[in-house]
Ligand binder design. Sequence first.
Ligand SMILES: [Zn+2]
Length: 189
Amino acid sequence: MGKIKGVEFNDAYEYFLKNAGNTGMEKVKAALAPAVRESLFSKGSILAVEWYDYAAYVNFVFTAVKILGNNQPDFLYNMAVYQAQKLYNGPWKLFFKILSPSFVIKKAAQFWRLSYDSGDVTILICTKDHVSFKVTNFPDIPKDHELEQIPFFEELMRVSNCREPHATHPKCIARGDDCCLFHLDWKNG
Ligand SMILES: [Zn+2]
């Protein structure tokens, strides 16, 4: 089972808590299947260095978006923006300011294994306004996972001074393809 690092889960949890408070969060937890709730919340607090089941995490995120945000795409999008902002405002801030966007995006893709315990990233194309990469060896990656990853990458492009950031996910292991393929495009300046 593929897993996600607790720090990402904690950022998502924090975003939903800021928006809906404890009452809203209790509603979300109550709506989860017992096995999902158990795998994510059995330890009480979310531990940043712990690994959590990725499918359970995605299920939690989609449930929270449905219950707290009426399934509004912006509500989900802004959650991933919040995660990217936490990263941007952390120790990497200078890194984003001084390096070229293509380098930042390429590195972010290569750092996949800091956030997930599964998946091997291969950079396919890297130019001044485009990065393509594929992820293999993540057999149980959940369907629609890109909905919480595309906004993250688009926000990283934004803070790296890219204009009109745009990410697509034309191939997906969860849809039967041999890899998860991401294309990231932007305009410089
Ligand atoms: Zn995919």
